[in-house]
Design a binder for this molecule. Structure first.
Ligand SMILES: Cc1cc2nc3c(=O)[nH]c(=O)nc-3n(C[C@H](O)[C@H](O)[C@H](O)COP(=O)(O)O)c2cc1C
Length: 282
């Protein structure tokens, strides 16, 4: 009988000899190449999934900071060199029932995710085809609003908006003055339109053209529009119009429609009406 270590089972010996056997094969053998490739795949997939899991909280934090930065920017606040969270304290973040236009107290604005809510059967509603000018299919019943305070006074209302352009759904914010009518700014934090064409929605020069434009006329009709071509200054109605992006009529129309949807009766319309009448009585 050949010598055999007493505590080594035949199974263990077999395993050991399997690896040893593979590694002792010549480098150009198919078996060894496949084995090394498989081991490499396994190591890489473990590394990638560990990194994805470990970096998730950081990604969420960065996303939140980016959204806050966009809200500050659309309100015309430059947080450069200052702490974003500190600057953000100027805003009251509230949740609004879009149907009634009233604030709701039983939803925590910090944890409320409007995108997820839209897809949730209990928290979202389908938008009938003829009303779905923003081409989003569904909307949440409740939406966040950001109120820029100065002491007791509300200086601006920042509203989240989104809608379909040509290639993508654009997500952004529109800021209104305290009259709930004059535009203070527009900004998109997510879009995938063509750079140089629809992607010009991110161009500060184009965004500057929105400042001071009105959304509603004196009778409360929603008149705002991103037109095709250039606005003729001074003509009747030009106060509601913004230049279309040249070579990007479809993205421009998408932006125009999303503003009409979100500031209209099926979006923040009821909230804006209540906000205006509340401010009038003050
Ligand atoms: C590669 C490519 C990318 C385009 N990207 C956009 C875009 O992001 N947004 C857009 O409105 N039009 C885009 N267009 C142009 C549209 O197809 C369409 O021609 C345009 O919106 C019409 O605008 P105009 O009447 O101002 O020329 C793109 C066209 C091509 C060929």
């Amino acid at each position: 009988m050949p010598d055999q270590p007493q505590n080594q089972s035949p199974k263990h010996m077999h395993k050991k000899s399997f690896f040893a056997e593979i590694l002792s094969l010549p480098n150009d053998s198919t078996k060894k190449t496949v084995f090394v490739a498989l081991v490499l795949c396994l190591i890489c997939s473990i590394l990638v999934s560990t990194a994805a899991v470990a970096l998730k909280p950081l990604q969420l934090k960065n996303k939140e900071a980016d959204i806050k930065q966009n809200i500050l920017a659309v309100a015309g606040i430059n947080p450069e060199g200052k702490n974003i969270d500190e600057q953000f304290k100027q805003f009251d973040v509230k949740v609004v029932d879009l149907n009634t236009g009233e604030y709701v107290d039983n939803i925590d604005p910090d944890s409320y995710d409007q995108r997820k809510a839209a897809a949730d059967p209990a928290l979202g509603v389908p938008i009938p085809g003829e009303k779905d000018i923003a081409k989003i299919g569904r909307r949440s019943k409740y939406a966040k609003v950001y109120l820029l305070r100065e002491g007791d006074e509300i200086k601006q209302i920042i509203l989240p908006i989104h809608g379909y352009g040509l290639w993508s759904t654009l997500y952004g914010f529109i800021a209104l003055e305290k009259d709930a009518n004059t535009i203070k700014g527009i900004k998109f934090y997510e879009q995938a339109e063509t750079p140089g064409l629809g992607g010009e929605v991110d161009n500060p020069k184009w965004q500057a053209k929105w400042i001071g434009k009105k959304v509603f006329d004196d009778k409360g009709n929603l008149r705002f529009e991103v037109i095709r071509g250039q606005v003729v200054a001074g003509i009747s109605g030009s106060e509601y119009q913004v230049d279309g992006l040249s070579g990007a009529t479809l993205t421009s129309r998408g932006v125009s429609n999303m503003v009409k949807f979100w500031l209209g009766e099926d979006g923040f319309g009821p909230f804006l009406k209540k906000f205006r009448s509340r401010n009038k009585t003050k």
